[in-house]
Ligand binder design. Structure first.
Ligand SMILES: Nc1ncnc2c1ncn2[C@@H]1O[C@H](COP(=O)(O)OP(=O)(O)OP(=O)(O)O)[C@@H](O)[C@H]1O
Length: 543
């Protein structure tokens, strides 16, 4: 279900009800105190007309100055509250992204390019920047208009008619241009993300575009997306201009109405000159506030659009975890049974499997073979519970794998797919991922994977930092570190796809001997072209 940006905004605001209430109280006080300026000036003029420098005059001047100082202090308080909200939104969103991204269900992740999703995080900044304007400036301007109008009605009841027409016009302008403004803003932002994604694609294929520099594909594609972006931005700008023109017309109408009315009232001696000056100041305040609201409208669109964009990430369905069983006591291995499994990808017509069955004994070492496209990777994904079969089930120790909670199940799985790599951090972090492992055990694995000597030669040993995806590291070392990650905790099931491709022959054979050792408690299901795996396997499954 996709929520409307307004609902999202409402939900966001709801989290900070208390703070926002306080901001509004301050805005109300500010709105009232601000009126001390025109009222004070009205009285000052009246005193000045008498031509005497009286104590009352001095008291009034002080009164006006205190009013100005109080509103300043109130603004500082409001800024503090909004700053706290901004910091909170940033921190909460950071955790929401970090928590959710690894848990997004595989079906949803298949549809998107996960690193690209993260670009939407930057829209948090748009929300952060927009909030003070919406919460402080908007509320202050709105209260200023309301109180100004109320005060004007004391001068003459005709001002009531003007006040009501003012609200009606603002409402109509928003009602008729608001939805279109939001729609164009969302479209504009869609192409902004498309462009950022394409630039990231160029960045991750620099070698291709460097070597084939003569072709201009990267520029052509940039140009195409740019054009679409500009087209939609122009459409959005036109709506903003339309709103602006309507607002200006409205401003002229209000100014004319208020000024003419004020003049007539003075001529008819229903108002003295002090009251006239005061009402003019109030009118200028109202007009300025209307102007402020016009300018904030653009920010409102930006914030609503940002919420919509972030929603694209936070709405993605997470892995379903209904089981609460624990997969434990695996020292003697686990049994795996595929029972009549059927599976097809959501966007495909054909079944990858239709009634696949197989039995795998505890501690089995299985070589999974099949021509390209037969579903080897898909089967490993199903076994790792990243995909769920449409029909049939996978039994682990005679229970459907969904019986086990995902946490407990994944603790017992070592899964290496084609994209499993390193993240930016130390070698230790990349291997342990926050798990506690006895140093003896870690040492043994490092030794078996021919990593121990290599690591000991590094200046910072296992604390050495590696780049994202092991950029400046030999591919063989990267593969060994990844493998170490999944061997250190003695998992019950190892699901491996080409895990040793880049490792030298001698080392590769020794590592395969270690992984495929029949005495090891783990079950191995491996997909790899290198035939030594097959030689060491005690079961072959052909798809
Ligand atoms: N995420 C996906 N969405 C849609 N179809 C997919 C997806 N992943 C794989 N497929 C399709 O499912 C079928 C099985 O793919 P899979 O990658 O599991 O086969 P494979 O035996 O591992 O192939 P290869 O040996 O080439 O890696 C193929 O037809 C493939 O195009």
């Amino acid at each position: 279900m996709t929520l409307s940006p307004l609902v999202r905004f409402w939900r966001l605001i709801n989290q900070y009800k208390k703070q926002i209430r306080l901001i509004y109280y301050y805005a109300i006080i500010s709105g009232v105190v601000n009126l001390s300026l025109p009222l004070g000036i009205q009285a000052i003029i009246n005193y000045l007309q008498t031509g005497e420098l009286t104590t009352s005059w001095i008291v009034l001047v002080v009164f006006v100055l205190i009013g100005i100082a109080i509103t300043g202090k109130i603004q500082i308080n409001q800024l503090r509250i909004v700053e706290d909200i901004q910091q909170d939104i940033f921190a909460k969103s950071a955790f929401e992204f970090a928590y959710r991204i690894p848990k997004i269900s595989r079906v949803n992740l298949d549809k998107v390019h996960a690193p690209e999703l993260v670009n939407r995080f930057f829209d948090i900044l748009t929300i952060q920047k927009g909030l003070p304007k919406i919460l402080i400036d908007f509320s202050l301007a709105a209260f200023q208009i309301i109180f100004g109008l109320i005060l004007l009605t004391f001068y003459s009841s005709y001002f009531i008619v003007l006040g009501i027409s003012l609200f009606l016009i603002i409402y109509l302008i928003f009602k008729f241009t608001g939805p279109k403004g939001l729609e164009t803003s969302i479209k504009e932002s869609k192409y902004k993300y498309k462009l950022a994604h394409w630039l990231e694609e160029i960045a991750s294929n620099t070698k291709t575009f460097k070597v084939l520099r003569k072709g201009n594909l990267h520029l052509q594609k940039t140009d195409n997306i740019n054009l679409q972006y500009l087209e939609n931005r122009e459409a959005h700008f036109n709506i903003l201009i339309k709103q602006f023109v309507l607002f200006i017309g409205f401003k002229v109408w209000v100014a004319a109405g208020l000024l003419v009315l004020g003049g007539i009232l003075v001529f008819n001696q229903q108002m003295n000159i002090g009251q006239f000056v005061a009402s003019e100041i109030i009118i200028i305040m109202i007009i300025n506030s209307v102007e402020k609201i016009i300018r904030i409208v653009e920010t409102i669109y930006d914030v609503l659009t940002a919420l919509d964009k972030i929603g694209h990430v936070t709405d993605l369905e997470l892995d379903k975890d209904t089981g609460n069983g624990e997969l434990k006591d695996t020292a003697n291995g686990v049994t795996i049974e595929l029972v009549d499994i059927s599976f097809k990808y959501p966007n495909q017509d054909h079944y990858v499997f239709n009634g696949l069955s197989a039995k795998i004994k505890p501690k089995a070492k299985v070589w999974l073979k099949g021509n390209t496209g037969k579903g080897k990777s898909t089967l490993l994904n199903i076994l790792a519970r990243m995909h769920s079969p449409e029909k049939g089930s996978v039994l682990i120790n005679n229970r459907p794998s969904e019986y086990y909670s995902l946490d407990s199940f994944h603790e017992q799985i070592g899964y290496i797919g084609p994209n499993t790599g390193l993240f930016e951090g130390t070698i230790e972090e990349n291997i342990l991922i926050d798990r506690k492992v006895e140093s003896k055990e870690l040492d043994l694995i490092l030794e078996k994977l021919f990593l121990k000597e290599h690591i000991s030669k590094l200046k910072n040993g296992i604390k050495t930092k590696v780049d994202s995806r092991g950029r400046r590291m030999p591919k063989s070392t990267t593969q060994k570190i990844v493998l170490a990650r999944y061997l250190v905790n003695n998992p019950a099931i190892l699901l491996l796809e080409d895990p040793l491709q880049f490792i030298d022959e001698d080392e590769k054979k020794a590592i395969i001997d270690f992984i495929m050792d029949e005495n090891k408690p783990w079950t191995v299901i491996v997909v790899a072209d290198y035939l030594y795996w097959a030689n060491k396997a005690n079961q072959i499954i052909k798809l």
